[in-house]
Design a protein around this ligand. Structure first.
Ligand SMILES: [Zn+2]
Length: 62
């Protein structure tokens, strides 16, 4: 398989495309982030958001 034939996805955190890697061989369909860092950043986001909402730092949309 040539490199340009490898599947790619868009990282949910940094919105950049990333390419299939051997370590994702078994769970590629569940991979959503390009790196562990992006995975952690995304995981922290909802908690931070609800904290800001509860403190009135930001207001909910609508
Ligand atoms: Zn990323």
């Amino acid at each position: 398989m040539k490199k340009q034939d490898l599947p790619t996805k868009i990282c949910l955190t940094c919105k950049r495309p990333f390419t299939w890697r051997k370590k994702w061989k078994r769970d590629w369909e569940h991979v959503k982030y390009c790196s562990e860092r992006c995975k952690r950043n995304k995981a922290n986001e909802p908690a931070l958001l609800s904290l800001q909402l509860s403190r009135g730092v930001i207001k909910p949309l609508a």
